[in-house]
Design a protein around this ligand. Structure first.
Ligand SMILES: Cc1cc2nc3c(=O)[nH]c(=O)nc-3n(C[C@H](O)[C@H](O)[C@H](O)COP(=O)(O)OP(=O)(O)OC[C@H]3O[C@@H](n4cnc5c(N)ncnc54)[C@H](O)[C@@H]3O)c2cc1C
Length: 384
């Protein structure tokens, strides 16, 4: 067994680490307190090739692996977790789904700009009446001549409100060979009847765009269907599995930031005549944080490695997402505690990370949904 990163993986991680520290971290206050989208940072991330890491150079990708992409997500999230989540949606979900299931024409149309970060992707599964029970979605697609006509409302859609997001992968019901199926479509944002609705005010991810999305007799070309019409839901769930690894990597990055902030603060802050680091109560919190972060990191790297080997990783992806998002809440809470009153001020990033940890326990399948997935695997004997 070899736990070392390859030379290439190490270089990509170190490059992302340097970039995050120099380009993103200085803006943490603005990123966590204003709803201004950091387009300049997004375009610099794109120019670094972060969004295209695991894809074929023929489509503008970096020709790297999924471990490398997740190392990038960890490092970016250490500086701003919302930007890590943006890479998750764009690369792990949207670009991957087009790469794996798209036609040659769809790949050539969408992948190069997604890989270059010139465009940002979004996907729309959740609806007002269904989130965890995603298969209950009601958005409907009807074929009329050479066009599909979409009707329905989606909610909580990440990235669709960005001015450089030109597409959404939308899951909709359609009649295929006389049967009701969930089909995935690539819906261009400039289609008639494509309405980006209200922007939500969230407790964290201030600078990340999350919007309602309405399809009002939205007309998209017949060839906008993505992949096998009878397996649209399954193919979407398969890329969400990668999304879980990405959310885990993002949580590890943010938790690492909490540890580093808390450690630095504990060394500096003098109470009762000595740095608070010298109180064992403080050291124990920091030690527990470091152990939990390492466990979560090992889990997500194993899941990404299994994906690179083409091996099943449902258990590992669900475990990594579940453990890392709950670990982040504990680490961020302990970091706030170590910073005392300062921990509750936006001058330090830990309070914003604490709030973001709740988002991470909800998106891409709640903690309960991850436990259901793991429970099913245990019941079937697949993971014993
Ligand atoms: C910031 C943000 C960004 C998002 N981005 C996107 C996006 O880009 N695209 C998209 O499609 N969606 C997106 N979502 C939606 C997200 O995936 C859903 O919020 C999530 O899947 C949960 O669905 P829900 O909110 O409807 O909660 P519900 O499904 O209503 O769940 C409510 C509670 O019930 C629990 N629960 C539900 N079923 C069970 C069960 N069987 N057993 C035990 N407990 C259960 C849940 O775990 C949860 O605690 C986003 C959400 C947020 C907050």
């Amino acid at each position: 067994m070899n736990f070392d990163l390859s030379e290439e993986q190490r270089i990509i991680r170190d490059t992302a680490r340097r970039f995050a520290k120099e380009v993103i971290t200085p803006h943490f206050y603005k990123l966590s307190t204003t709803t201004e989208v950091p387009y300049d940072i997004l375009s610099k991330m794109g120019a670094m090739g972060f969004m295209g890491v695991p894809f074929d150079p023929e489509y503008g990708g970096g020709g790297g692996d999924w471990v490398s992409l997740h190392l990038v997500i960890e490092e970016v999230s250490k500086a701003d977790i919302a930007l890590g989540a943006l890479i998750d949606v764009t690369t792990s979900v949207v670009a991957q789904e087009i790469d794996r299931f798209g036609t040659e024409a769809q790949k050539r149309e969408w992948l190069p700009d997604l890989c270059a970060g010139k465009t940002i992707g979004s996907f729309a599964l959740t609806e007002p009446h269904c989130g965890s029970d995603a298969a209950a979605l009601k958005t409907r697609a009807v074929l009329e001549g050479d066009e599909w006509v979409l009707n329905g409302t989606k909610q909580f859609i990440t990235n669709v409100g960005l001015k450089n997001c030109p597409l959404v992968l939308v899951a909709a019901r359609a009649e295929i060979d006389g049967q009701d199926q969930i089909v995935t479509f690539i819906a261009p944002k400039n289609s008639p009847g494509f309405i980006v609705g209200r922007s939500y005010h969230k407790i964290a991810f201030a600078s990340g765009a999350t919007n309602e999305l309405v399809f009002d007799n939205c007309r998209i070309p017949k060839d906008s269907m993505l992949g096998d019409p009878k397996r649209g839901f399954a193919q979407h769930l398969s890329v969400l599995e990668t999304g879980r690894i990405s959310i885990a990597a993002a949580c590890v990055g943010a938790a690492q930031a909490c540890l580093e902030h808390a450690l630095a603060y504990a060394r500096e802050r003098i109470q009762f005549g000595k740095p608070i680091y010298e109180f064992q109560a403080t050291q124990f919190k920091l030690s527990d944080m470091a152990v939990k972060i390492e466990m979560a990191r090992t889990l997500y790297l194993k899941a990404a490695w299994l994906k690179d080997q083409g091996r099943p990783h449902t258990f590992e992806a669900a475990s990594a997402k579940l453990y890392a998002s709950e670990m982040l809440e504990q680490c961020a809470s302990d970091a706030v505690q170590i910073l005392g009153g300062n921990g509750l001020m936006e001058d330090y990033p830990v309070a914003g990370i604490f709030r973001a940890s709740k988002i991470m326990q909800i998106v891409e399948g709640t903690s309960e949904v991850q436990r259901i997935i793991i429970g099913r695997l245990l019941a079937s004997g697949a993971h014993i």
